[in-house]
Design a protein around this ligand. Structure first.
Ligand SMILES: Cc1ncc(COP(=O)(O)O)c(C=O)c1O
Length: 449
């Protein structure tokens, strides 16, 4: 199978400083010697990385004859032992439903559950603990907001959506538009695959009701200047939501500084469990959201004539929540707060740059939206080979990458691609992983080209 699209000026490699000539040259440099201009990893950083990596049991396994080389953290991260222990400990000792019973076990589990809300308030630098809502993931968090805002939106209102958005940040807005008669308009990317700020400013003149942005693109790893973009949107009176699913494991967050009305993410991409997500909402606006789910836990009084809803945060957390997953998320936050130091963040940035430079040096590799400030992700195709073929052949050597449209079909269409491969790193990734990946890709290249 071959990839349908060949590189065009808006689909090819870019760095922050590239000229188009550089970009084309980087594609033509088949058989080039790997770039040695990127110096990587002081021995101190390597030591710290080894200490962090040792906490992730899943990484220390063989796949047939190959040690696992896990470069799919953007899809879901591996989990440190302390997250596994916290959840096992909860089920072994404290398991009880929250908020309900008078007994000690329930008091204990409620305390542990609510402590994670406090942790999140501090982690995100939110003003109030009631601004933190537990959901099942980013997807549910965005659905909570898009449904909850229904009565805020009227026919003809404009909803702006980042053209690089994940489907989770597109489809719930389309459904809102269907319910209300609102109009969706994508915020285009520029030729280099960054959000086009000047086009964005023009779209803001339409005085949109809602602006939905991603913090870090899951498909490309490009970073939006969210504080600046939110400020521009707020100046036009828009409600703003930032999808932080790909940012939260890598960046230090401050939702007050970003200034957005809503910030959403998933636990499983930040070393926590699946099945748990977070919705941060600015209190005054969050308090006006209609609940997506109704039932137990979220009420103050119920009769067959009428129901009075409870107050935040419970009003938006109907039913038994994912308690063990919240506890696991709490452990993941403790882990991140201890381990994600500025040095570790710098090491992650170096790894991404190293990955980009090694791919460029390989030749016959098309990189997409590759800037030197990308976070976590490198998107590429090997010549015109189908991304799925490349992924399967890499897997046969123990290298796990993601291949496909990355739940960003509109972005892929704008790049004239059916899909691409995505290598993504986490706090545990090391230089050896990148070298293993590149060596495996060299053998795929030898086989296919
Ligand atoms: C940027 C972004 N938004 C939303 C999602 C959806 O997250 P979840 O499937 O955990 O709800 C993802 C998952 O890949 C993502 O990367």
């Amino acid at each position: 199978m071959t990839q349908a699209a060949s590189p065009t000026p808006n689909t090819v490699t870019h760095t922050a400083t590239n000229t188009m000539a550089d970009i084309e040259t980087s594609h033509a440099s088949a058989n080039a010697v790997p770039d040695t201009t990127v110096t990587l990893c002081s021995s101190e950083a390597e030591k710290q990385n080894a200490q962090i990596r040792s906490q992730f049991p899943a990484l220390h396994q063989m796949l047939d004859d190959y040690p696992l080389c896990y470069l799919d953290t953007a899809a879901t991260s591996q989990k440190p032992q302390m997250v596994l222990d916290a959840m096992a400990q909860f089920y072994a000792n404290d398991n009880a439903n929250v908020h309900r019973a008078a007994h000690q076990l329930s008091a204990r589990s409620t305390l542990s559950y609510e402590k994670v809300r406090d942790q999140l308030q501090q982690f995100l630098k939110a003003e109030r603990r009631e601004e933190i809502i537990f959901s099942h993931g980013t997807t549910e968090s965005i659905n909570l907001v898009a449904f909850g805002l229904t009565t805020h939106v009227s026919a003809g209102d404009v909803i702006l959506i980042d053209a690089a958005a994940h489907h989770a940040n597109i489809v719930p807005w389309q459904e809102l538009a269907k319910r209300t008669g609102a109009v969706i308009k994508p915020i285009p990317l520029d030729q280099a695959c960054r959000l086009d700020v000047s086009a964005y400013k023009t779209l803001l003149e339409l005085k949109p009701k809602i602006v939905a942005l991603c913090h870090v693109s899951n498909a490309l790893g490009t970073v939006n200047p969210v504080a600046q973009l939110v400020q521009l949107a707020k100046a036009q009176g828009a409600i703003t939501l930032v999808d932080g699913a790909q940012a939260v494991a890598h960046l230090t967050l401050d939702v007050t500084e970003i200034g957005c009305d809503f910030y959403v993410f998933s636990g499983h991409k930040m070393y926590g469990p699946t099945g748990i997500g977070v919705l941060y909402g600015r209190f005054d606006l969050l308090d006006t959201l209609a609940p997506l789910l109704t039932g137990g836990e979220m009420i103050k009084r119920v009769s067959f004539e009428a129901t009075e809803f409870g107050s935040l945060p419970n009003r938006l957390e109907a039913g038994t929540p994912p308690i063990a997953e919240v506890i696991g998320l709490g452990a993941a936050i403790t882990f991140l707060q201890a381990e994600l130091t500025p040095q570790v963040q710098a090491y992650e940035a170096e790894l991404v740059n190293y990955l980009q430079s090694q791919l460029r040096a390989l030749g016959e590799v098309h990189l997409y939206g590759a800037f030197d400030d990308n976070i976590g992700v490198v998107a590429f195709n090997l010549a015109d080979e189908h991304h799925q073929d490349v992924g399967i052949l890499l897997d046969q050597q123990g290298v796990a990458v993601r291949c496909g449209h990355h739940c960003a079909m509109p972005l892929m269409q704008s790049l004239n691609l059916k899909g691409c491969c995505r290598a993504s790193i986490g706090i545990y990734t090391n230089k050896h992983d990148i070298d293993r990946f590149i060596a495996a890709l060299v053998s795929v290249k030898d086989l296919l080209l």
